[in-house]
Design a binder for this molecule. Structure first.
Ligand code: ZN
Length: 197
């Protein structure tokens, strides 16, 4: 089932979500929720979806960066973004440790449909959480996958990328596509006017 993705302004997007017990994660209700979140993310399409985005204030997010998402992108661009396919998985009750090095890239969110902005995020992270079977996992990620993890875990803490973005880089996805898609970040920064990190 494809669920409705809530848009910014809904209070559930600004709440700290509640952790789950192991039994809850393994319950038919939560297993079905995860399946519905997977279908909703694919339909959107998106590379991540957190439970608060569908109105459920629980610490669950799903992530998947499919190979077909990357087909239209040049090898050079994929290298720059450090972006590779990520198989479907869920993260439950995550904690995250950020690496010191940061990277700036343009990102969007299904809860701010049709907009995006440049956000500086850690290039590498370590996430400790449970998977969809409530088994403990440790994820060491870098590049685009690390960015997805940070974005989704922010959702579970009531944070959105607009809290972290360079405000002057906020724009419609249409204008991003039209003017800035292939422009190096240093030029975007200079043209729109914010300082280097
Ligand atoms: Zn989002």
């Amino acid at each position: 089932m494809v669920l409705n993705v809530l848009q910014v302004g809904e209070v559930v997007l600004r709440r700290q979500a509640r952790p789950l017990t192991r039994d809850e994660v393994r319950s038919p209700a939560i297993q079905q929720l995860i399946e519905h979140m997977r279908e909703t993310m694919r339909e959107a399409p998106g590379v991540g979806l957190a439970a608060p985005q569908i109105g459920v204030s629980l610490q669950i997010a799903v992530i998947e960066d499919r190979e077909e998402n990357l087909l239209e992108m040049s090898a050079e661009r994929l290298t720059e973004l450090e972006r590779q396919p990520v198989p479907f998985h869920a993260i439950v009750n995550p904690t995250i440790t950020l690496g010191e090095e940061t990277a700036e890239f343009f990102e969007g969110c299904l809860s701010l449909a049709r907009f995006g902005a440049v956000v500086a995020r850690a290039r590498g992270v370590v996430v400790e959480c449970w998977n969809e079977r409530a088994e403990p996992v440790r994820i060491e990620a870098s590049g685009w996958y690390a960015r997805i993890l940070q974005h989704e875990i922010d959702h579970l803490r009531g944070r959105l990328y607009i809290d972290r973005m360079h405000p002057r880089s906020f724009m419609t996805l249409e204008n991003h596509h039209k003017y800035w898609k292939d422009v190096p970040m240093s030029e975007i920064r200079e043209a729109l006017g914010w300082s280097a990190p």
